[in-house]
Design a protein around this ligand. Structure first.
Ligand SMILES: Cc1ncc(COP(=O)(O)O)c(C=O)c1O
Length: 405
């Protein structure tokens, strides 16, 4: 028999969050080495418990989740999602504009497949959460990365976006709050991006899965509120805000000018029908979760875990020579920069391997987020403050003598 070769559309796909550094960490663990894994934003493995509101919403109701449900999602779940986004100001939405999925991850592919013909381009932030870049490849399109500006709090650079629009550009993605930078974008930037989409007839994708995880008194505005005349797809879910990554619970919602997207929406409906429905059990939790703002909020204020973990992490980062960072105002990620000259950094993967081998802490190199230079990496700030501060002290110690090459 001849070899089975990898399909062309898969060749550019890379998931570094569970890639070579992750595999090496697993090998080390199998050999009895205790590795602190700061690779995925998976709060459940760091002792964050299931919120009681979700536990009681599901308890005793398994029988309701036995049959396939509506291909768009259970009516009660969609009603709650509708109310949530109505309150956030998304224009021209209805319960029929919502598709519940097995996490946002599944829905991204579902949203891209009916849009893209071979060679069609999608504007994606750099750094990005690589799900999006990978999914564009798989859908046959071409990801084109626009720069988020570290000198300007990691906000997208509208001039750079404009420069990258071509006749093949079909859509633009905004990840706000952002993974891996933790930035929350101001309204002026969102308005400017909406204007670029307007001038170039682009579909707007807004990944807002971290919108409930905003700190420091900042307010999150949904991108769709600036796009009443454009077609916008907003993505959200419970994985992060309610600590239930394993439930696989996400949704997307269409807003704005839906009249121009009838065929596209019919395509999405076909894909949703093909997989019959999303996991029904987790949908029972959606109404309770979206009413329970408190369990999320208490993590984000002084004394709360996410707030204190960030403070603990930053207080050590502040003391590391040759390392700079922009403090995140949302989520639990930070994307520091290494002084490339000082450490002679030419390979960020090598840096991640070296830190892992020497200090038994796993971080993900910037290339995992499609960052074009080898001088960044992402820290997941989910361990308890002292454990995180300890990992950062190890980083400081490691960098004190580290030189690459
Ligand atoms: C920006 C972003 N979008 C989507 C996802 C996927 O979320 P889900 O668990 O809903 O598939 C993640 C997960 O880390 C993320 O960071």
């Amino acid at each position: 028999m001849s070899n089975i070769s990898l399909a062309e559309k898969m060749k550019a796909v890379h998931s570094d969050i569970r890639g070579p550094v992750f595999e090496e960490a697993n090998r080390m663990r199998q050999n009895g080495i205790d590795v602190l894994r700061l690779n995925t934003g998976n709060p459940g493995v760091f002792g964050f418990g299931l919120p009681e509101s979700l536990r009681s919403a599901i308890a005793g109701r398994l029988d309701e989740a036995v049959p396939y449900c509506d291909l768009r999602g259970m009516p009660a779940a969609r009603a709650a999602i509708f109310n949530y986004h109505k309150k956030k100001g998304l224009p021209n939405i209805s319960e029929d504009d919502i598709f519940v999925g097995n996490g946002v991850s599944e829905l991204v592919t579902m949203a891209l497949l009916p849009l893209l013909n071979p060679g069609d381009e999608v504007l994606i932030p750099a750094p990005d959460y690589s799900l999006w870049t990978n999914s564009v490849h798989i859908a046959g399109g071409t990801p084109v990365h626009y720069i988020c500006d570290e000198q300007n709090f990691w906000y997208p650079d509208p001039a750079d976006i404009r420069a990258r629009v071509t006749p093949k550009t079909k859509a633009i993605l905004i990840i706000n709050p952002n993974n891996p930078t933790g930035a929350v974008y101001p309204d002026e930037i969102l308005r400017e991006i909406a204007q670029i989409a307007r001038e170039n007839n682009l579909v707007v994708f807004a990944d807002e899965i971290y919108d409930r995880l905003v700190m420091d008194g900042l307010k999150h505005t949904s991108m769709g509120t600036f796009c009443p005349d454009l077609f916008c797809v907003t993505f959200n879910g419970l994985s992060k805000s309610h600590i239930v990554c394993g439930f696989r619970c996400g949704w997307m919602i269409f807003s704005g000018n839906k009249a121009i997207a009838k065929d596209y929406i019919a395509g999405i409906r076909q894909l949703a029908a093909m997989r019959l429905c999303a996991n029904a059990i987790m949908q029972l939790a959606i109404p309770a979760a979206l009413e329970d703002e408190e369990s999320t909020r208490e993590m984000l204020v002084p004394g709360g875990r996410l707030y204190e973990q960030r403070e603990a992490c930053c207080s050590v980062l502040d003391t590391i020579d040759g390392l700079t960072y922009v403090k995140n105002h949302a989520a639990f990620y930070i994307f520091p920069k290494l002084d490339a000259k000082r450490f002679n950094i030419t390979d960020d993967n090598q840096f991640a391997f070296d830190y892992l081998h020497e200090k038994h802490v796993m971080i993900i190199p910037g290339r995992g987020f499609n960052w074009p230079q080898p001088d960044h990496f992402r820290i997941v700030m989910l361990p308890e403050p002292e454990a995180l501060a300890d990992a950062m002290r190890k980083l400081k110690d490691f960098l004190a003598t580290y030189r690459q090459g």
